[in-house]
Design a protein around this ligand. Structure first.
Ligand SMILES: *[C@@H]1O[C@H](CO)[C@@H](O)[C@H](O)[C@H]1NC(C)=O
Length: 376
């Protein structure tokens, strides 16, 4: 009982009693400290990324003719770059021609007679240039007529289920190479041990095929914590992150890329205004009698951005010594801070100060109790 109490007492003393050397303050001592850090870090300065998507789809819906889709139809633009877009849903407005039609009804476009419409007026949020006429939009509503590509697109009729649902099974091959010029290191995400027959049949899987550079789109989206079919309706932006951070020392093993996936756009904007990712494009035709028409497509889909980053490091004796020195000099700051606290903030600071600090005057023979603060 008493033995353990004594032990405990020792522990408390060891843990909480602060020992500090007594300092003799002698005037005219100057001390300088220089801390210097260097870090041997080199960021990738040279890299290249190319992508190639594969897969087919067949759609047969009420508002469009049955249609077969290949990569040239659903990847826009077609060249495989650091960023690629896969079309998953759309609003199609066929057979538009340059003509006149009634504007959609809104507070500023409904009219009673021609006086309410201004010829030549164009509202950037409207659909065209007003002709100055007030015409029937429906049997009950009149709106200003506009010169535009008519009939106008009604983009509120977006299919509730993604048109190209099959896009979840498309795959993408990502080719990426990086260089750390300082260490003369060249890396490629198609690793040296991958042969072409493996590349033909493999698919990335963190557990079974972590080195395969071919990714199923559904797998990418689900690793980012999203549901492909959900995201495909209104579109979105997904980051494919390739991390080449490596220790290039010979004992550290090979330098391989690490893949991760993250959704980059805001899935649920606070006010739910303008979610997703979409843009418009058109295909132009000439009819037999020479009239120009176009098919307008408002395309919704997922844009995949390949983001490559990394820092590489290598052991060097000089930076190691410098870092060690810096670490040790930080340790030596601990008593300085503690002493400062003890001598300025504690209630009994005057007593501690008297006991701790003696001042030696060089031209007096006897020591006097000083009040100067000193450390170490
Ligand atoms: C994708 O492929 C899987 C298995 O091959 C199949 O079960 C699934 O129905 C396909 N997805 C679509 C949307 O066709």
């Amino acid at each position: 009982m008493s033995k353990s109490a004594g032990c405990c007492q020792k522990c408390v003393e060891y843990l909480f009693y602060y020992e500090t050397p007594k300092t003799l303050v002698i005037p005219n001592i100057g001390v300088g400290c220089v801390f210097r850090f260097t870090q041997l870090l080199v960021v990738i300065t040279l890299l290249s990324v190319t992508t190639k998507v594969k897969g087919f789809a067949f759609t047969n819906t009420s508002d469009m003719d049955p249609r077969f889709w290949d990569v040239a139809d659903y990847v826009i633009p077609p060249q495989g770059d650091r960023s690629f877009f896969v079309l998953t849903n759309m609003v199609v407005t066929p057979k538009q021609s340059q003509s006149r039609c009634p504007e959609f009804p809104s507070q500023s476009t409904t009219c009673v007679d021609d006086c309410d419409c201004i010829e030549g007026h164009s509202d950037p949020r409207g659909s065209g240039i007003q002709t100055g006429l007030c015409v029937n939009y429906s049997s009950t509503v009149q709106t200003c007529e506009v010169l535009s590509w008519c009939p106008l697109e009604i983009d509120t009729m977006l299919p509730e289920h993604a048109l190209l649902a099959t896009a979840e099974n498309f795959t993408v091959l990502i080719k990426n190479s990086v260089t750390y010029p300082k260490f003369n290191f060249h890396g490629r995400n198609i690793l040296p041990h991958i042969n072409s027959s493996y590349l033909k049949r493999c698919e990335f899987n963190r557990a079974t095929d972590p080195d395969c550079p071919i990714f199923r789109l559904k797998h990418i989206v689900s690793e980012a914590g999203e549901d492909f079919q959900d995201m495909a309706v209104k579109g979105g932006i997904l980051g494919i992150i390739i991390d080449w951070s490596c220790d290039l020392d010979w004992w550290a093993g090979k330098c391989y890329p690490k893949y991760s996936f993250r959704r980059l756009d805001n899935k649920n904007p606070v006010n739910n205004v303008a979610p997703g990712y979409n843009f418009r494009f058109a295909k132009y035709y000439k009819t037999a009698d020479g009239e120009e028409t176009r098919t307008l497509i408002k395309a919704y889909g997922i844009r995949f951005d390949v983001i490559v980053f990394g820092t590489a490091g290598k052991f060097g004796i000089v930076p190691t010594i410098v870092n060690l020195g810096a670490a040790l000099s930080f340790l030596s700051l601990v008593p300085v801070v503690t002493d400062w606290f003890m001598l300025t903030c504690m209630r009994k600071r005057d007593l501690y100060n008297k006991q701790k600090v003696s001042s030696l005057s060089e031209d007096s023979e006897s020591m006097s109790m000083g009040t100067t603060y000193g450390t170490q």
